[in-house]
Design a protein around this ligand. Sequence first.
Ligand code: 13P
Length: 250
Amino acid sequence: MGRQYYIAANWKMNMLKGESVELAQGLVKALKDGKNKYMIAPSFTSLDAVAQVIKGSNILLGAQNMCTEEKGAYTGEVSVHMLKDLGVQVVILGHSERRHIYGEDNEMINKKVKLALAEGLEVDLCIGETLEEREAGKADAVCEEQTRKGLAGVSKADMAKVTLAYEPVWAIGTGKTATPEDAQAVHAAVRKVIADMYDQATADAVIIQYGGSMKPANCQELLNQKDIDGGLIGGAGLKVETFEPICKTY
Ligand code: 13P
């Protein structure tokens, strides 16, 4: 068997319930013969409806965020148990929009990562540097810190349920994609960090997705890179016509 990629769509705050159901229906049909791992992450308000549509398909149900706490007086938050109750299998944590718009720090993200894993969910942990950090030559260092702190206390066994997503902040929703070589360099550096934290086998096995203006026109050269194992797609994940070709590039 060839290499299996993990292609995921983060729908962000874009789709009403009816639109979500329609897109999910289209994707179930379009991807049914696909041989990669697929995940879609609708808004909380559409999870229940989308869960019904993708049940029994080869598409995993993801959530875009989760509370650090399990229950109680946390107005406006959504717990891990609520997600599991709806059939959610994966949770995206540490997305740059959570870090930079809502002030989530590595400590908070780590708490969420550990709770999600303890409750049996898969985690898609996002990391990535800002433009300022890249220009200061700190891309690898920032990604290393986010990886180490985000995964602090996560066991080697639980790493089987962790995917990393390298999303350079300056490439998200901007149309600017990291060059395949620049992305590859960060992916390789992050894999080394995993080898150092765990061991080489864990590092070899961990999936590291690229995210940031990935689309049908540029996904192939990104996916051709040795350490790029998939994609976390925003804008191009909102239509069957643009998501399907990425999913089926390989
Ligand atoms: P875009 O593909 O729209 O740049 O978004 C990437 C992203 O943030 C996915 O989580």
